[in-house]
Write a protein that binds this ligand. Structure first.
Ligand SMILES: Nc1ncnc2c1ncn2[C@@H]1O[C@H](COP(=O)(O)OP(=O)(O)OP(=O)(O)O)[C@@H](O)[C@H]1O
Length: 243
């Protein structure tokens, strides 16, 4: 069983137009990228999947466990769009703290924090205070925090924003190394970079799912004369333009 949204309605304020209204989506195992223009509802979907917010109608479940159940939170890991440094905490302390919040023992979280920081090549900076890290480094701390416990579902909200090209490559390797172990759902605007790596591409606009398919199926939407390297972008424009 995978991540399932069923007839979800979500409004940030009761009197506001809902961002999602009857949205249903089943995301298979593997790596899904979530595409859509600014304000489309990608972060909102990830927040519901992270159980940070609960749908006012409908359900979200992973492996058959409802997101409102306590045990759900142990199954998932979420990297929000904005990672806020915590003054006084080092990168290692920050990551270990997140592990502890997820139910790991202090000793285990402390050890696993190092491994998680190594995966994002931040071991040299692990004793630096988080408020002294650059924006891109702080995002890598966010990725490490999402990796620190053994989640079955990793939810990443624009993790590569602000990373330099080398770190994007490192990040892509991390995601590739996870494939098979963990289901990953990631929002991004880096279409060309990531579409080919994904198993599933989901395009959302105005809270509606325009398309959710395998990469091969998604690429078929591209214009036949699109230049090599621009195929994913062309497919994305076509999917958005068709609605
Ligand atoms: N905390 C909030 N309070 C009120 N409205 C919000 C809040 N967060 C998001 N929204 C609104 O919900 C809608 C969807 O926003 P969301 O952040 O989910 O989009 P997104 O696809 O992630 O956009 P982006 O690519 O810019 O990150 C937008 O209209 C946004 O203004």
């Amino acid at each position: 069983m995978t991540l399932v949204f069923e007839e979800c309605r979500y409004a940030y304020r009761p009197w506001r137009r809902p961002v999602l209204d009857g949205m249903s989506l089943v995301l298979p195992e593997g790596f899904t990228i979530l595409l859509g223009p600014n304000g489309a509802g990608k972060s909102t979907m990830l927040k519901l999947a992270a159980a940070v917010g609960a749908p006012q109608r409908g359900t979200v479940s992973f492996r058959g466990v409802d997101s409102k159940k306590k045990e759900y939170r142990r199954l998932i890991s979420w990297m929000p769009q904005h990672i806020t440094p915590v003054a006084g905490l080092t990168a290692r302390e920050y990551v270990a703290y997140v592990g502890w919040l997820k139910g790991m023992s202090k000793a285990d979280a402390w050890d696993r924090a190092v491994q998680a920081l190594e995966r994002v090549e931040l071991q040299q900076r692990m004793d630096v205070k988080t408020h002294q890290l650059s924006g891109g480094q702080m995002r890598r701390v966010g990725v490490a925090a999402a990796l620190v416990h053994d989640a079955g579902l990793l939810l990443l909200d624009e993790p590569t924003a602000g990373m330099d090209p080398r770190q994007r490559r490192v990040f892509r390797d991390v995601v590739r190394s996870l494939s098979g172990e963990v289901q990953v759902v990631m929002s991004t605007h880096d279409i060309a970079d990531l579409a080919e790596e994904a198993d599933t591409v989901t395009v959302v606009n105005d809270g509606r799912i325009l398309k959710s398919s395998s990469v091969d199926e998604f690429m078929k939407a591209a214009s036949p004369d699109s230049a090599p390297g621009r195929i994913a972008e062309s497919a994305y424009s076509a999917v958005l333009g068709a609605y």
